[in-house]
Design a protein around this ligand. Structure first.
Ligand code: PFF
Length: 447
């Protein structure tokens, strides 16, 4: 039997999965999507989908990963028997990871640039107009965003080349508690701002008339993106989970922690946006203009700003590691590359598309396809199509293709864990998840 790395402990899976889940999805993309899709209406759909569809889907990925002990492509081949189309789901997942990593590293580069700016004190004494200008200047700069993106990819490749267990567990264990602490401090600060009541009303008060097909699919896409599900990242991590670990409780812990961090991000950003006169629909610039304004008016703002962007860089790194790991696990196991070689080739490939995404973000850039920047196109295609379709196929596979006894064996660790809640999860995987994903997916098409 080939020797595979395992995470070292139960905390190991939670920490590594949370490391993958927590990142720009929570702090940058979630407020951006909530702002553009009606605030409270989006939040409620998001939370329901994350808990009722996201949790069973995450567990399904763990089941496929641990049962097959393989990357997403190999996993479907091993579990489905030979000569059928299921491995295509694995290929789609690897492609999706690649496309996400490309535009994700654009924003990852910005976080690195903003860490540099916070060290240099660029936000001190600036008004809103100047901070907005800094975002425009930075993202339009001919080479800074590219340099930052490439450094970020190189860091990711370095960690992945050294192996999963070492890199990810070590980073994530220190990061998460710190991130939580600083976010709670920032929340308390935001609640004291003059626009707090308006911001909280926007974020927490659901106007149900705003729930459209677009809001539903955006919330589904965002929850899959934020939980790193629907494309095989957690199949890959599941393959490193040992037989003794409790996948159900680990998945529930990660979903709760991830949702908590997203909600905290909303509590930080919306009151501040309403206070400083920033539009919640501002899009990509929302977090990058609101947060520096927040630090501006805080006592000790320089220090908080620096720590925050440092933690954000690390949180982002643990997510990019999990994305590159999908590609590298597939290349080493399916195509027999060595780990370092696969990491370098994966990163170089990503850099090509990623650089196009970064350049397309510049004002007036001709890099548009179908009226969208390459950056937006990659974001939309993955969150609105790849991940929902991948997620659907994954739950159909576990719910309908795999033997029920095998699934229950995985869920109960060979009968050693109690069945009750696990039977319920099997039902969610079999019925609720596919129906919910199909209904939401169709609702966006019929407008
Ligand atoms: N979940 C990450 C975030 O919220 O930032 C992004 C991500 C990581 C998506 C890994 C998908 C993935 F496989």
């Amino acid at each position: 039997m080939k020797q595979r790395e395992n995470f070292s402990s139960k905390l190991g899976i939670i920490v590594a999965t949370a490391g993958s889940a927590l990142g720009l999805g929570n702090i940058y993309r979630f407020p951006c999507e909530a702002g553009a899709n009606g605030g409270g209406a989006f939040l409620i759909v998001y939370l329901i989908v994350a808990l009722l569809v996201g949790t069973p889907l995450m567990i399904s990925e763990f089941i496929i990963g641990r049962r097959s002990k393989s990357n997403p492509i190999g996993a479907f081949r091993i579990l489905s028997g030979k000569h059928n189309a299921w491995p295509v789901v694995g290929y789609l997942g690897v492609l999706c990871a690649f496309l996400i990593l490309a535009f994700y590293t654009t924003v990852a580069g910005w976080t690195l640039g903003y860490l540099g700016k916070s060290i240099a004190g660029h936000f001190t004494g600036q008004d809103l107009g100047q901070i907005q200008q800094q975002f425009t200047d930075f993202t339009n700069h001919p080479w800074w965003p590219l340099v930052c993106q490439v450094i970020f990819l190189a860091l990711t490749a370095f960690v992945v080349a050294r192996g999963v267990k070492d890199g990810i567990e070590r980073f994530s264990k220190i990061l998460m508690p710190l991130l939580l602490v600083i976010m709670v401090v920032l929340c308390i600060n935001s609640l004291t701002l003059s626009g707090a009541a308006d911001g909280l009303r926007f974020f927490f008060h659901p106007d149900f008339s705003k729930i459209t097909g677009r809001v539903l699919i955006s919330a589904l896409g965002q929850s899959f993106f934020s939980l790193s599900i629907g494309m095989g990242a957690l199949i890959t991590y599941g393959s490193y989970i040992s037989r003794k670990d409790n996948m159900t409780s680990s998945a529930i812990s990660v979903v709760l922690a991830d949702s908590l961090v997203a909600v905290l991000a909303g509590i930080i950003i919306f009151p501040a946006a309403f206070t400083f006169g920033i539009q919640p629909e501002a899009g990509a610039s929302l977090a990058f203009t609101t947060l520096p304004m927040v630090f501006q008016q805080m006592t000790g703002g320089y220090f908080f700003c620096l720590i925050f962007f440092l933690l954000l860089v690390i949180a982002t790194l643990t997510s990019t590691i999990s994305l590159l790991e999908v590609i590298v696990a597939a290349m080493t196991e399916e195509f027999k590359f060595t780990r370092p070689k696969a990491a370098v080739i994966g990163a170089l490939g990503t850099a090509v598309i990623g650089i196009l995404a970064t350049i397309s973000f510049r004002t007036g850039s001709p890099l548009h396809i179908n009226g969208q920047t390459v950056f937006d196109l990659l974001d939309h295609v993955t969150a609105l199509y790849f991940m929902p379709i991948g997620g659907l196929l994954i739950v159909l596979f576990v719910g309908w293709k795999m033997k029920r006894t095998d699934v229950l064996d995985e869920l109960t660790n060979g009968g050693t864990l109690r069945q009750g809640i696990r039977m319920a999860i099997h039902y969610l995987i079999r019925y609720l998840c596919p129906v919910a994903i199909i209904v939401i997916f169709i609702s966006q098409l019929v407008r």
